[in-house]
Design a protein around this ligand. Sequence first.
Ligand SMILES: *Cc1c(COP(=O)(O)O)cnc(C)c1O
Length: 427
Amino acid sequence: MTVTEPPPTVFDELESAVRTYCRRFPAVFAKASGHRMWDERGRVYVDFLSGAGALNYGHNPAAVKAAVVDYLLADGPVHGLDLHTTAKAAFLERFRDVVLAPRNLDYRIQFTGPTGTNAVEAAFKTARRVTGRTDIVAFTGGFHGLSLGALAASATAFKRGAAGVPLGHVTRMPYEGYAGDGVDTIDLLTRLLDDPGSGVDLPAAFVVETVQGEGGLSAASPRWLRRLADVARERGILLIVDDIQAGCGRTGTFFSFEEAGIVPDLVCLSKSISGIGLPMALVLVRPELDQLGPGEHSGTFRGNNLAFVAATACLDHWADPEFTARVRANAATLAGLLDELAVKFGHLGCAVRGRGLIRGLAFADDGLADRVSRAAFNKGLLVETSGARGQVLKIMPPLVTDEDGLRHGTGLLADAIAAATAEGDQQ
Ligand SMILES: *Cc1c(COP(=O)(O)O)cnc(C)c1O
């Protein structure tokens, strides 16, 4: 039998080799709604990818879509540098009323360039300015973006290797559990910081993810986070929580650090803050640390007013107790379904990672997650891998996926695991 190669597409012909997700999910998508996407041929996919965390409220949520369309039709300014606009005022007021005030949080809001990595750059600059120190402590498995300052803090060697210049001023420390159950990584961190013979200088800041979205879905315990916050406070080190992926409701609360009861000095938000996939990023900074002067961290797209309008509409959810109850119920449903998978595939060493609706499945065979992700695509499920070796499946449905959607998606996932292991047996 001769297999005819499909003709090259416009993407093969013109798009840069650096493209990545589209290689794993080689469909041409034409429509998206809620937790589903359709390709140009009308084939449906269940989306457990959620734009790598940028679509917590699902694709094209109706209320957000309507707010964006109304604003455009009324000729609201779309681009505004950092000019004051009614859209920005509405966002700031809603964020204060729905997010900050109910949690007793006092932060200034710095709008940065619209990518997560730019928010991280801004947080690092502030921490370095305020403390007069240069080093940032980042953790094993951490991911903070790909521009040079943030890239230095990102753990994966492959990503850092693309920089082409030396990356410096970051000290790597072990995340919780990194060195096995016998090693308390906060004790180790404290010892290295306090010993003048350790070779570790006092850093400007710690930067940490409470759940490592790109680093294999390891999650820090509330106790570990509280101890980290204590170590920072006692030594005048600033605590930056990078909540770009785990924030905006992923773990069940608006911020991922709420359960731990800590108050970071700086918080980075991006990905799902606009809620409809429009680029937007910000840094929350304790008022006394807000020390960058006018223009010291500028950028053309810090005033994406369409994103402000969308973000304001999304924040309505957080004023609605039914929404938060639903997210918690969905997290419990997903946990139950994944636990069932872990039992069913116990012979593969299947283990559940993460928290809330940012979850991972790891297997004894590090190569299996990749094969499952590819098999899942063939069955109509978008699910990516995480970790430096792509060794963990990342399960991230929209927060608002209904129970049927969660069951359907995890059912497809079970089929994909079975298919991927059957392939393996034939080899
Ligand atoms: C995605 C991500 C970033 C970088 O965001 P970009 O918009 O891709 O620059 C930084 N930190 C975390 C935790 C992320 O998940």
